[in-house]
Write a protein that binds this ligand. Sequence first.
Ligand SMILES: C[S@@+](CC[C@H](N)C(=O)[O-])C[C@H]1O[C@@H](n2cnc3c(N)ncnc32)[C@H](O)[C@@H]1O
Length: 261
Amino acid sequence: MQKLLSTIIHGDCLIEMKKIPDNSVDLIFADPPYYLQLPKGKRLKRSNGTEIIPVDNDWDSFESYDHYDAFTQAWISECQRILKPTGTFWVIGMYHNIFRVGTIMQNLGMWFLNDVIWVKIDALPNLNGRRFTNNHETLIWSVKNKDCKRYTFNYELMKKLNGGKQMKDTDWIFGLCKGNERLKDENGIKAHPTQKPLKLIQQIVLAASNKGDIVFDPFMGSGTTAIVAEALGRKWLGVERDEKYVQLARNRVRDFSKKKV
Ligand SMILES: C[S@@+](CC[C@H](N)C(=O)[O-])C[C@H]1O[C@@H](n2cnc3c(N)ncnc32)[C@H](O)[C@@H]1O
């Protein structure tokens, strides 16, 4: 396990997670494919004429719901296996996938603690006016099974961060990842289509882990979880299948570590 720490493993999480021992990880944050089923190549424009880049990547494509569910069951089972009885599992998704993910988790015996809504305060309006704006994502927070009662939750810290009052809100308001935080490629285009805001992951890591704990992310993308874990003195490791994103995330961690010294 030690040699896997502070690394972004290039590979398929279904294979790579097999190398992680049982009951060895304190916190898992997972941001899996959404299976959005958007038509390939369809482009939408904002009112100012700039193009919206949709998530129509290969990593989000599955043949059918059955294939998506089989994939989901396989990676969540592995997460359940590697999670410590004192650890917790966070998964984020949208209305397209989060209900399927939740059903599979419950069928596997995972026990829910809360669902949390990330309210995207600056979400784009619904462009064709045919439905409400999709302005949030849902996080499910769980333990590996019903008997895991001594999980980490930093209640007092959350209270302190909430001005001394119990943090009751499960609606977390954070803007989309923008400005300097958003990684861009050499053409100024988003380097990763679904980069999550640091503040969202920070809230999770602060609430549900302690310094020195091991944080794992099976879908590392642009490396957001690694950066937050590193900044907060947690150990971390993650997996990413796409070589381009592995490089992006490794460079991000390297640049962050250089800034720290
Ligand atoms: C929703 S994104 C994660 C974004 C990430 N949270 C961030 O802030 O950048 C999902 C990522 O999972 C990766 N992925 C998809 N299937 C995978 C698999 N089987 N194993 C590992 N990574 C996978 C994709 O390449 C994509 O980068």
